[in-house]
Design a protein around this ligand. Sequence first.
Ligand code: COS
Length: 384
Amino acid sequence: MIRDQETLNILLATIDRFVRERLLPIENEVAETDRIPDQVVAEMKELGLFGMSIPEQFGGMGLTMEEEVLATFAIGHTSPAFRSLFATNNGIGGQGIVIDGTPAQQAHYLPRLASGEIIGSFALTEPDAGSDAGSLRTSARRDGDHYVLNGTKRYITNAPEAGIYTVMARTDPAKPGPDGISAFVVERGTPGVSVGHTDKKMGQKGAHTADVIFENCRIPAGALIGGREGVGFKTAMKVLDKGRINIAATCVGVSERMLNDALRYALERRQFGKPIAEFQLIQAMLADSRAELYAARCMVLDAARRRDEGQDVGTEAACAKLFASEACGRIADRAVQIFGGAGYLAEYGIERFYRDVRLFRIFEGTSQIQQLVIARNMIRGFAG
Ligand code: COS
């Protein structure tokens, strides 16, 4: 749903200009230093990028899902490390509070997330609970007006930068599955919370992940999201339904960038007396990529519009994430192939994207988890 086309066009043009003028020129620097310059982070805050999906009443832009994916396509035209910094506030790090938070939790945290004053991070995965998120073991034991958290969370995006963590923990040890899980907002600096060393990753340098460790960490009972125990897994799944559409949109944006770079190179690079773009085997790679990109874009937009209509989009979000991330991987591979030897060299940048996009098939649910979600929903729908 687009609320006002003219306002949206201004936003999209602003993002496009910011990406071209401020982010593209420093892609290499960010990859080499593993750091986004403070000045650029300040500009992201000024543009409101940390609050795109946070309701207007809390100082955000309150974008609809359709508006958000269009903005995300544009943001995808540069290194995904940039989006990673503000994407958790708009997505998995902030949406638990937006979707299921109490009015007090929303009023307290959302304005600060929207402005970028604090970064929100999503702490679901653990050393022994990844795809099987419902088996997580971090415990939250009720003790008077408090809960006491113990456990370790792993691969937590923006953990080193975060001011708050949405933490899924088990409040009912008698229930080992999803319904023993509750969600909490835990503030950084609470005694008993610590962040491990920053992980060394394959790509997306400039975006950081780390362990988050809870050792007898006492948090007030008011930190329980929605004030209800036992529904934290559902909160996490609802957050991921939205997050998966956003990742799919990011895949579309990054694919557009890679394909554009590959096309430009194919038109410039001459072999056998003519631009390699004139060879049919190169054209096949360009055409397959274009067709897959078009399909991914259509899926993302359709899933976003359905979510805006209030439909349950668990299946569509999983389909879009599965298809767009797998297509993105194939497009990255073809782009490297079209660049040939240059594709393998760091200075041309395409090998960096090749490494960066590998994550899309893994995080916010692997491709195999998306397949499982889609098939399960099909079977349930047929039986019901
Ligand atoms: N929205 C709302 N509720 C949902 C839901 C959704 N999208 N998906 C599941 N639920 C509910 C189910 O309806 C069920 O509720 P009831 O017990 O009331 O029926 C409950 O949550 C448990 O669901 P389910 O039985 O499907 O849980 P499972 O443990 O079998 O597995 C999967 C669910 C595998 C799909 C889940 O663990 C998953 O998505 N894993 C991947 C985690 C992930 O993406 N990690 C990345 C971390 S973020 S970078």
